[in-house]
Ligand binder design. Structure first.
Ligand SMILES: NC(=O)C1=CN([C@@H]2O[C@H](COP(=O)(O)OP(=O)(O)OC[C@H]3O[C@@H](n4cnc5c(N)ncnc54)[C@H](O)[C@@H]3O)[C@@H](O)[C@H]2O)C=CC1
Ligand SMILES: O=C(O)C1=N[C@H](C(=O)O)C[C@H](O)C1
Length: 251
C-alpha cells in the first residue's frame, strides 16, 4: 500500500483526494492536514507521497517544508512561476535526499485538459491567430488559471520554434477587454456560477477556425490523474522536479 498524506485536505480538491485515496485499492490515507497544521508531522516513516492542493500564496513554502521532511510530493496548486520552480530545484539539491527526491507539479490532472493542451501545442504552428479562454467557478482565487498560462506558453513556444510572426491584432485602445498577454498570446478568464473548470483554445486562419475545448464538469475528473501521479512517484518516476501530467502519459 502507498501511504498518502494530503495537505489542504479540507478544501474542494483536497477533500476529493482524501476520498479517492481511501477508495483506491493500493493507497491508504496517512495524514490529512489543512491550514494551521504542522507539516513536520509528515515524515518518511508515516508517508510515501504527499498530495498538496492549497492556495498559490502558501504552496511554495509547503513544498519546501515537505522536501525538508524528505517526502515525495505531488502538487496540484497553481501559481508556479519559473522563479518558484527554481527554488524547488534548489531545495531538492540541498534537501535530505538530493539523489532520490521526487516533486511533481501539474497545472491540471484531468485527461481532457492535458490532451487539449497537448493538441494545442501541435496545432499552434498551423494558425496565424491563437487565443485562450478559460472559464471557472467564481470561488477560484487566481486568474488566469494555471492551465491557461501553461497552454499559452506552450502555444507561444511552438510558434517561436516555427519562426512565426506575432499574432495579428490592430487594437489601439484597450480597457482590459483583450485579456492578459502571456508570451504574446491573449488569455481571457470568465468566472460564472455553475461552471467548474473549462478551457477553449481558438486558432484562426483566413476563412477557417479550429476550436479545442476541454470541460471538467466535476472534481472527480481530476482524481485518476492525481492517483496516477501518486503511483508514479511511489514507483518509477524520475528523481527531481517533473512538471505536467503529459510526462506520465504515452503522448
Ligand atoms: N492541478 C489540478 O488539476 C487542479 C488544481 N487546482 C488548484 O488547486 C488549488 C486548490 O483549489 P481548491 O481545492 O479549489 O481550493 P480551496 O480553497 O477549496 O482549498 C484550499 C485548501 O487549502 C487550505 N490551506 C490554506 N492554507 C494552507 C496552508 N498553509 N497549509 C495547508 N492548507 C492550507 C485551505 O484551508 C483550504 O482547505 C488551487 O490553486 C486550484 O487552482 C484545482 C483543481 C484542479
Ligand atoms: O481552481 C480550479 O478549480 C482549477 N484550477 C486549476 C487551474 O488553475 O488551471 C486546474 C483547473 O482548471 C481547475
Amino acid at each position: 500500500m502507498i501511504k498518502v498524506s494530503v495537505v489542504g485536505a479540507k478544501g474542494r480538491m483536497g477533500s476529493h483526494v482524501v476520498e479517492a485515496v481511501n477508495n483506491a485499492e493500493d493507497t491508504e490515507l496517512a495524514l490529512a492536514l489543512d491550514a494551521g497544521d504542522d507539516l513536520t508531522q509528515i515524515t518518511p516513516a508515516n508517508t510515501d507521497v504527499v498530495v498538496e492542493f492549497t492556495v498559490p500564496s502558501v504552496s511554495l513554502n509547503n513544498v519546501l517544508t515537505l522536501i525538508g521532511q524528505g517526502v515525495d510530493v505531488v502538487v496540484g496548486t497553481t501559481g508556479w512561476t519559473d522563479e518558484k520552480l527554481a527554488q524547488v530545484k534548489a531545495a531538492i539539491a540541498q534537501g535530505p535526499k538530493p539523489e532520490t527526491q521526487k516533486v511533481f507539479i501539474a497545472p491540471n490532472f484531468a485527461i481532457s485538459a492535458v490532451l487539449a493542451d497537448y493538441f494545442a501545442t501541435k496545432a499552434a504552428k498551423y494558425f496565424e491567430s491563437a487565443e485562450v479562454i478559460e472559464l471557472h467557478h467564481p470561488t477560484k482565487v487566481d486568474a488566469p488559471s494555471g492551465t491557461a498560462i501553461h497552454t499559452a506558453r506552450g502555444i507561444a513556444e511552438a510558434r517561436k520554434a516555427a519562426g512565426m510572426a506575432p499574432v495579428p491584432d490592430a487594437t489601439e485602445t484597450d480597457g482590459g477587454s483583450r485579456g492578459q498577454v502571456i508570451d504574446g498570446i491573449h488569455v481571457h478568464a470568465v468566472r460564472l456560477r455553475g461552471l467548474n473548470a473549462h478551457e477553449e483554445v481558438l486558432f484562426g486562419n483566413a476563412g477557417e477556425q479550429l476550436t479545442i475545448r476541454a470541460d471538467s464538469f466535476d472534481r472527480t475528473s481530476f482524481m485518476p490523474g492525481v492517483l496516477l501521479a501518486v503511483r508514479k512517484l511511489a514507483g518509477d518516476a524520475p528523481a527531481g522536479l517533473t512538471v505536467g501530467l503529459d510526462q506520465f502519459l504515452d503522448l
